[in-house]
Ligand binder design. Structure first.
Ligand code: NDP
Length: 236
């Protein structure tokens, strides 16, 4: 029998997060804590529970709300207390403005920072005791190519891009602080979701299967690195 790994995914009710959960529960080797802001209206996730008996647990988690993050970690204890957490996928994120550096509002800058940087930071802090107990101890911060200075995507989507660059730095700091934990950044590609839109180039299935190959094969030597979903190493 293959070994069981435990996973937690944020923002798992739709888009890339939902695809992660779908692919993970397809394997009997995984137990998944699927988190989202409003479990009561997460119909696609709830539909999966029936076919994934005992492997899929839905927990409320709003990454922009520190109290919700703490409450989720307490609620997940029932699932994670025994084996700990092998993989934490900080996927939830927002992209709410097509702003530039000279017209980005204070509100847009702070809202993106809260969801895309403070959220993953506080989620990792709240779940650290479970990660310490897990076998793999992997944190995956789902960032974006737009967070790369080296890829030079230009002026627009400033609030979002700046927040993803900060998320990249959070990942570096996590890796530097804790050699016992693996923390990596992944760029899912331009993916057909509500955020990516219909013209995006990558299907959610392909992005997630690629990311899972990267995530499940990383070792401590890879910690603090920035990967595209197809395994390519990206410039910061
Ligand atoms: P979607 O907009 O399709 O889905 C976003 C998910 O994040 C939803 O489940 C949403 O939940 C959740 N979310 C947003 N804010 C919060 C919050 N405060 N607390 C909890 N959950 C929240 O985006 P994608 O699936 O496309 O993106 C997933 C990740 O991939 C994001 O981090 C994004 O930045 C990144 N990414 C996506 C790209 C793309 O082309 N799609 C490209 C590069 C990066 P709710 O339904 O409650 O709003």
């Amino acid at each position: 029998m293959s070994k069981t790994f435990t996973w937690l995914v944020t923002g798992s009710n739709r888009g890339i997060g939902f695809e992660f959960v779908k692919q993970l529960v397809a394997s009997s080797a995984n137990v998944v804590v699927a988190t989202c802001r409003q479990p009561e209206s997460a119909t696609a996730l709830k539909d999966l529970v029936g076919s994934a008996a005992g492997k899929l647990h839905i927990v409320a988690l709003d990454v922009s709300d520190a109290a919700s993050i703490k409450a989720s970690a307490a609620a997940a204890n029932e699932v994670l207390s025994e084996h700990g957490l092998d993989y934490l996928i900080s996927n939830a994120g927002i992209m709410q403005a097509m702003d530039g550096p000279f017209d980005a509002t204070e509100e847009a800058l702070l809202t993106h920072f809260k969801a895309n940087v403070a959220g993953p930071a506080l989620v990792a802090q709240a779940y650290l005791p479970y990660l310490e107990k897990g076998e793999r101890k992997v944190i995956v911060n789902v960032s974006s190519g737009l967070g790369s200075i080296g890829l030079a995507f230009g002026a627009k989507q400033a609030s979002y891009s700046i927040s993803k660059t900060a998320l990249n730095m959070l990942t570096y700091k996590q890796a530097a602080d804790r050699p016992d934990i693996i923390s990596i950044v992944v760029d899912p590609g331009w993916v057909k979701t509500d955020m990516g839109g219909p013209n995006a180039q990558v299907e959610p299935q392909d992005s997630v299967s690629g990311q899972l190959k990267v995530i499940t094969s990383v070792t401590k030597e890879d910690s603090g690195k920035y990967y595209r979903y197809d395994g390519e190493n990206l410039p910061w």
